[in-house]
Design a protein. Structure first.
Length: 125
């Protein structure tokens, strides 16, 4: 783990540098995008961002849990949880890396995929 967290302020600065909007306009744009994603998820809609991934809200039913300290059974109420599924493009980018200019790293792009890495999950042992 790199131990680095990207903040709203850093996203705003990146928009300012790349797009050329003013800092205030960049901040408004970042906030607007985040708000739209959040509102769509609140409404139960799936949010898909091409070459990045998809966000969805999943309903979890009521179940019985156990207090690890006492062993006592405790009911866990139904709830909604946020799930994110990365796109194949993002997974590839993370695993094979991009160079500083944002272009695919030629060394990793030319390397063939290891045998058996076709994306299928291994059967449980």
């Amino acid at each position: 783990m790199a131990g680095h967290t990207v903040t709203r302020a850093q996203l705003t600065e990146a928009v300012y540098q790349e797009v050329g909007l003013s800092r205030n306009e960049s901040a408004e744009l970042v906030e607007s995008v985040i708000a739209e994603i959040a509102h769509a998820l609140e409404r139960g809609e799936m949010v898909k961002i091409s070459s990045f991934g998809s966000f969805a809200v999943r309903r979890k039913g009521q179940r019985v849990g156990r207090n690890p300290k006492t062993g006592q059974e405790v009911p866990i109420s139904p709830r909604r949880v946020l799930v994110f599924r990365a796109s194949h493009a993002l997974k590839h980018q993370i695993n094979n890396g991009f160079n500083q200019s944002g272009q695919p790293d030629p060394a990793s792009a030319a390397a063939p995929a290891p045998a058996g890495s076709g994306g299928a999950k291994a059967a449980p042992a």
